[in-house]
Design a protein around this ligand. Structure first.
Ligand SMILES: C[S@@+](CC[C@H](N)C(=O)[O-])C[C@H]1O[C@@H](n2cnc3c(N)ncnc32)[C@H](O)[C@@H]1O
Ligand SMILES: [Zn+2]
Length: 479
């Protein structure tokens, strides 16, 4: 291992130092770590990112010009928080090098350790640096997704752009990074902003409902938009719910308070939140997203036009720090930074017991090992925010997230105004994997709606068949 890299890493197993010149062999326990194509591997064999399956640069329209412009914006927003030269730099989740390239070109850096969970991302990043004339001598590539292999007090600058929300246990990762940062160092992360996205997605939901009979929208356009809303809505309303989010690529959507708590629990003494962009960012943000939704030009133009007419709308309720789609988070180990708090309050609705309507198909069957399974499909609407449909059986509860758009239901109920539909656009249970039952033979199951605040409401009692089969339970008139 190159001496400059060996000075910054330790063996994750025994915490010893790496031998110089040996490939990547621990000088204490002699354990060897794989090196392929010059990239040292510190990830487990099953490390995975779904982003490897897309053409990342094409989807996110990355280029060297875009990279330079992105870093210029970051540096101007960071101002004198960013030192003018860097001795040791660690980047996590570098991907194909959007930040890496612009940064190494613009800020003199002695040693850079560029990491990502994916070796193919790092390969693309290295090609980008070489093609743009970044000298390779001081740049080292390591696959990393949180391993305890960083030397304490080693890095002057740690950066991670749009990566923390991909990491299920970001709390432990932050603590590892806090330990690896020099006492007077600085860590910078960029993360999508929760409240901004809530306002954005709520606005696009209104547009989705309004485009129902609009001839500029084809059925495919509406399906594309509903898929996009489904993805974003899941990240928003199942925030913090590991059961739903663990298997997804995006695992978190942070708000400032959550990040401040996490950083302080990780051992950082100061947290600053810097909105990434100005007040006109709402429109720009949707413009960028609209390229990724897959709409025809006509529908895309209509989406943007309707959006601009709804502004400021939901965005008018946001605090200044939430008025940009993402936030730069600047962390230090000492406690001298200042922290601006958000004054946002979520209104709580009191009052009458909620009413529900639903149409649920429960299917029972056997899995490949002959065990009983159960799955649910359909929709449930309530005038409270229904998060899960649950089936209780023999003392166990099987939960299914309510997260899909059901345009058929939306059309019917919206026209008749049976329910306030703002919360209920996402009323469908879709593609739920069958749950294995610990079935002791009871047949009486309860069908429940679980609200966002955890309250449970019994919708119906259902008799399950003794043979594999289906049971449909429907109530269309709300009571
Ligand atoms: C949205 S991309 C951002 C890439 C790059 N920083 C940029 O700004 O273009 C997220 C990156 O995080 C990486 N990643 C995903 N999960 C990770 C994990 N658990 N640990 C480290 N990196 C991870 C992905 O491979 C991907 O390159
Ligand atoms: Zn060792």
């Amino acid at each position: 291992m190159h001496p400059d890299l060996a000075a910054l890493l330790i063996c994750p197993e025994c915490k010893g130092g790496f031998a110089f010149d040996a490939v990547a062999t621990c000088g204490s326990c002699a354990r060897s770590y794989p090196v392929a194509d010059g990239i040292v591997s510190m990830t487990r064999a099953d490390a995975y990112t779904a982003l490897d399956e897309i053409d990342y640069d094409a989807v996110y329209r990355l280029s060297s010009d875009a990279s330079h412009a992105f870093v210029r914006s970051c540096l101007s927003m960071l101002g004198d928080r960013m030192p003018s030269t860097i001795d040791t730099f660690l980047e996590i989740g570098a991907g194909t090098g959007q930040f890496t390239l612009g940064f190494l070109k613009q800020v003199p850096t002695r040693t850079a350790v560029v990491t990502d969970i994916s070796s193919s991302m790092l390969g693309a990043c290295r090609r980008r640096l070489v093609e743009n004339g970044v000298p390779s001598a001081g740049v080292h590539f390591v696959t990393w997704d949180g391993a305890d292999c960083l030397r304490r007090d080693a890095f002057q600058l740690i950066a991670g752009f749009s990566v923390l929300h991909h990491v299920l246990d970001f709390q432990t990762m932050l603590a590892t990074l806090a330990g690896a940062m020099r006492q007077n160092g600085i860590a910078v992360f960029l993360e999508p902003n929760y409240r901004f996205h809530l306002a954005l997605i709520d606005t696009v939901c209104e547009i989705f409902v309004a485009t129902q009979d609009d001839p500029c929208w084809s059925a495919e356009d509406r399906l594309a938009l509903s898929d996009w809303l489904f993805e974003n809505n899941t990240n928003l309303r199942f925030r913090g719910d590991a059961e739903v989010l663990a298997g997804r690529e995006d695992k978190h959507l942070f708000d400032g308070d959550q990040l401040a708590h996490a950083a302080s629990a990780a051992g950082f003494g100061s947290v600053e939140l810097v909105p990434f962009g100005g007040r006109s960012e709402c429109y720009v943000a949707l413009e960028v997203y609209s390229n990724q939704i897959g709409l025809r030009d006509e529908a895309r133009a209509d989406l943007l036009d309707r959006f601009s007419r709804l502004l400021p709308g939901n965005f008018g309720h946001l605090a200044d720090e939430d008025l940009a789609p993402s936030t730069l988070i600047v962390l230090r180990r000492d406690g001298n930074g200042n922290r601006r708090r958000s004054a946002n309050q979520v209104p709580i609705r009191g009052g009458a017991a909620p009413r529900f309507a639903y149409d649920i198909v429960i299917t029972t069957g056997h899995d490949s090992e002959g065990e009983w399974t159960l799955t649910a499909q359909g929709w449930v609407l309530g005038d409270t925010d229904v998060r899960y449909l649950a089936i209780s059986l023999d003392g166990a509860a099987y939960r299914f997230p309510v997260q899909a758009i059901r345009p058929d239901v939306n059309n019917a109920f919206n026209a008749r105004r049976v329910h306030p539909l703002r919360r209920s656009l996402f009323c469908g249970v879709a593609g739920a994997t069958p749950r294995r039952l610990t079935w002791t033979g009871g047949r009486a199951a309860g069908l429940l709606a679980v609200a966002a605040d955890g309250r449970e409401f019994l919708l119906a009692q259902v008799e399950l068949p003794q043979q594999p089969g289906i049971v449909t339970t429907t109530r269309v008139e709300a009571t």
